[in-house]
Design a protein around this ligand. Structure first.
Ligand code: FES
Length: 474
């Protein structure tokens, strides 16, 4: 009987990226079943993985943490009751395994006695008895590595619970004190929700297998039949054990328009021409949006402007936009803004959302501050551990590649990510340079953002080169 491990946990255990793991699966070297991999297959396919030393994995994780946003509480211990429940589960599993071993031991003892009886009459029985004794005395192959891997996997299961959503197939880990909702959103999974405080019922889901536990009180009530069917609120429950959950995932059209007064957290200069406006929404009202969507902002002086959101939906209550300093009254209002001033967010709008269901290479193309929605899309893809190659081509005129270091850190941290910065004086020159630089492998999706003439010139050239119309998103 084999021990099965979820794919995302295998990636962590052997210290490789999800993309590298997918490569092994695609090549047929690693077989999966229902999103899991057998322990002996892991040991066979990764003979060089130094399971006792995860320093390289930790180093990569640290680079990734700096490259994309991660919740600060990711590595905190779970709530005391949750921790106790997980330890109980591990204890139960250990006890069940031990009882089974004792039973096997007894059966082997009986078998030995029976073979000894038979051996008096049949020489083959004597040989079988000797073979059995040798096999039992020999250490199982890969015993040390198997034990190390199992021990680490057990610690991981105590620290976080793996959760898979049905029918979408998304998976993520529930860490620390996170609710299932917080963990899903933090992993970039756009699950349906509303109030996030247990009132509206929009986040109701159904537990298919595993165990969840209520960690926040809620006013929303379930019928006895609902409870018996496994209904629970994702915003008020955490996962105690690895779980499968039936829950809805949102698309652009299902997210309602929201009106949220947010506080200014910082206005961060990005070179001479740009600034990042960082906002924090109220505790009870995070902005529901998909990466690539836009919002309208209204400053205290009444000036308004539309911006693509530059942050990832996985950043919780933090919302960031990139503002061109010469961009009109709203940009001018930034100079007078202080911490805790209120900016009203209305939105989201737009349908430029990441299509993670399409497992194919992705090319991101942007001009100047068109980088902002691409940043949101890229960070969303990274938090989803998107395994396909991603190439960012960013052309810029006077504003320059104002987040150049960030893009380079992505290229350093993710072996599936490449970055090409290009200089261009005008939209046509930028389009020409991009078309020369970009390669659109068969089946690739292209996401583009920038002024309309630039987008149309790039789109026409790529379509003429064979890019299908439905692979172009702008
Ligand atoms: S989001 Fe409203 S009850 Fe969970």
């Amino acid at each position: 009987m084999s021990h099965w491990l979820p794919l995302s946990r295998v990636a962590r255990l052997v210290g490789i990226s999800r993309a590298a793991l997918q490569e092994h699966i695609r090549s047929g070297a690693l077989e999966t079943f229902d999103g899991g991999v057998a322990l002996d297959a892991v040991l066979r396919v990764f003979p060089d993985a130094r399971l006792e030393d995860d320093s390289e994995f930790q180093r990569l994780e640290e680079i990734k943490r700096q490259a994309i946003w991660r919740p600060a509480h990711e590595e905190t211990l779970p709530d005391r009751d949750v921790l106790a429940s997980r330890l109980h589960r591990v204890g139960d599993e250990f006890a069940a395994a031990k009882v089974l071993l004792m039973h096997y031991d007894r059966v082997l003892g009986w078998l030995d006695v029976k073979l000894a009886d038979l051996a008096e009459r049949t020489p083959e029985a004597d040989a079988l008895r000797a073979w059995l004794a040798d096999e039992l005395a020999a250490a199982p192959p890969e015993a040390d590595r198997g034990r190390t891997l199992l021990a680490r996997e057990t610690v991981m299961r105590v620290m976080s619970a793996h959760t898979r959503l049905e029918p979408s197939g998304h998976d993520f880990f529930v860490n620390g004190d996170d609710t299932v909702l917080e963990a899903a959103l933090g992993a970039g999974v756009p699950v349906a929700y509303g109030c996030s405080n247990g009132t509206c019922g929009a986040c109701r889901a159904r537990l298919v297998s595993g165990e969840v536990r209520k960690v926040r009180p809620h006013d929303y009530t379930f019928s006895e039949a609902d409870k018996a069917a496994g209904a629970f609120l994702m915003c008020c429950n955490t996962a105690v054990a690895d779980s499968v959950v039936e829950a809805s995932v949102e698309g652009c059209t299902s997210i309602p328009t929201q009106h949220i007064p947010a506080k200014v957290r910082a206005v961060e200069p990005l070179g001479d021409f740009m600034a990042a406006l960082h906002l924090t929404t109220p505790r009870s009202q995070r902005l529901r949006f998909l990466s690539g969507q836009s919002v309208t902002l209204t400053a205290p002086d009444g000036s308004t402007a539309d911006f693509p959101v530059a942050s990832c939906p996985c950043e919780g209550r933090e919302v960031t936009v990139h503002v061109r300093r010469d961009g009109g009254p709203f940009a001018a209002a930034l100079d007078g803004l202080g911490r805790a001033d209120t900016i009203v967010i209305d939105g989201p709008r737009g349908s430029l959302a990441f299509r993670e269901d399409r497992a194919r290479p992705v090319v991101f193309i942007g001009l100047d501050e068109g980088f902002a929605p691409l940043k949101s899309l890229i960070q969303h893809a990274m938090s989803l551990e998107f395994a396909e190659p991603m190439h960012l081509v960013w052309a810029a005129g006077a504003v320059g590649q104002y987040r150049d270091n960030l893009c380079r850190s992505w290229a350093d941290a993710f072996d599936t990510f490449t970055y090409t910065p290009l200089a261009a004086d005008n939209a046509q020159a930028a389009a020409d340079a991009v078309v020369r630089a970009v390669d659109t492998p068969a089946g690739a999706d292209v996401y583009a953002a920038g002024p309309a003439p630039f987008l149309e010139a790039v789109r026409a050239a790529l379509v003429a080169r064979g890019l299908p119309e439905d692979a172009w998103r702008a």
